[in-house]
Design a protein around this ligand. Structure first.
Ligand code: AQP
Length: 330
């Protein structure tokens, strides 16, 4: 059986990177796989969060999932904190994860920065919770953006360590699914930094709820170089390459096809075409998100039902884990 799991943190505005790198893939997969899509609020609290804003953002991510085309009858949409087995399995897996493996995680180094002594344990253990999220459902495939590749490799290592320790084949080794032209959408202000919800500058990203005028302004102000034409050269022209990748992903074209289409155009004309394409693609998603956000009862009902279904899948697997480890089961 093929099973897909992936998560999105409720940490702010959903952006074009989340959409192209993850959510749009989720929608494609729901027809062919048994899929679970999770709002990973326990991951979100590894950095300080305002409680009211965290609740709002969890509903917003759910609205984003639905507006992008996820159907609760074809996949399970739920909140991580509402399925207690995530935290339970994370603790067990903590006991199989050497510190040396965690010390290699680049996301922790980036997020902790220079203040490593003040960084909280949850931020350091984040990749083990992510491994638990995935392994709790015996997931076989994980669609994510490029930034999560290292964490998924760790999840495979942890699964292997657990299986070997008990001489069993309990956890399948989850395969990353990192494909397409936009597995790493970069900031509009800096072509070497990834587009992120936590970037303080709103001009660094296109939010899924941005209206046409805001999208136009952000692309117009997006940093580029002084070369006039549309050429793909990520080393020399990282910002231009990022915009070409975004266009390619939105239009379903290859980079070469995009460059050929705009071979005679000025970069400013390309930016205008990109704006039109982004407005056309994201406009309906943003409008539907806003409509759903005004109906929190509906969104909460979907999350409640999703958590029940996810729990039902998780319980027999956690029982298998407990039996393997020798934890008491009344
Ligand atoms: N820029 C991106 N390009 C492609 N995929 C991306 N993803 C995130 N950013 C990009 C993918 O989206 C899914 C959810 O990721 P997340 O919830 O961790 O989102 P984020 O934007 O990375 O969130 P934050 O809070 O801003 O985190 P940091 O500070 O770490 O960047 C994942 O599949 C991710 O790969």
């Amino acid at each position: 059986m093929k099973r897909v799991f992936s998560g999105v943190q409720p940490t702010g505005n959903l952006h074009l990177g989340n959409y192209l790198g993850a959510i749009r893939r989720f929608v494609e997969l729901q027809n062919d796989f048994d899929c679970l899509y999770c709002i990973v609020d326990l991951h979100a609290i590894t950095v300080p969060q305002d409680p009211a804003e965290l609740l709002r953002a969890a509903r917003e991510v759910t609205a984003g999932f639905l507006a992008a085309g996820l159907k609760p009858e074809r996949c399970i949409i739920f909140n991580q904190s509402q399925v207690r087995e995530h935290g339970h399995l994370a603790w067990i897996l903590n006991c199989f994860t050497p510190l040396g493996w965690l010390n290699r995680m680049t996301q922790f180094k980036e997020k902790a920065g220079k203040s490593r002594e003040e960084a909280v344990l949850g931020l350091y253990a984040y990749p083990v919770l992510m491994a638990a999220d995935v392994l709790l459902y015996k997931t076989t495939h994980v669609p994510v953006g490029e930034d999560q590749k290292q964490h998924l490799e760790l999840a495979r290592d942890i699964a292997g360590a657990f299986n070997r320790r008990y001489g069993i084949d309990l956890f399948p080794l989850p395969e990353p699914m990192i494909t397409g032209a936009a597995t790493r959408v970069m900031s509009l202000r800096d072509g070497t930094a990834k587009m992120s919800k936590s970037d303080p500058s709103d001009y660094s990203r296109i939010n899924l709820t941005d209206g046409p005028d805001v999208i136009a302004k952000k692309f117009q102000k997006a940093r580029t170089d002084s070369e006039p034409g549309v050429g793909y050269d990520p080393e020399r022209r990282p910002e231009a390459a990022n915009l070409i990748n975004i266009y390619a992903a939105l239009a379903g074209l290859t980079r070469d096809e995009v460059c050929a289409r705009f071979a005679d155009a000025q970069f400013s004309a390309f930016k205008r075409a990109l704006t039109d394409l982004a407005v056309e693609t994201l406009g309906p998603v943003g409008n539907e998100m806003k409509r759903l956000m005004a109906d929190s009862g509906h969104v909460d009902g979907i999350l409640r039902a999703g958590a029940e279904r996810a729990s039902a899948l998780a319980q027999p697997i956690i029982a298998e884990v407990e039996r393997a480890v020798g934890l008491h089961q009344p």
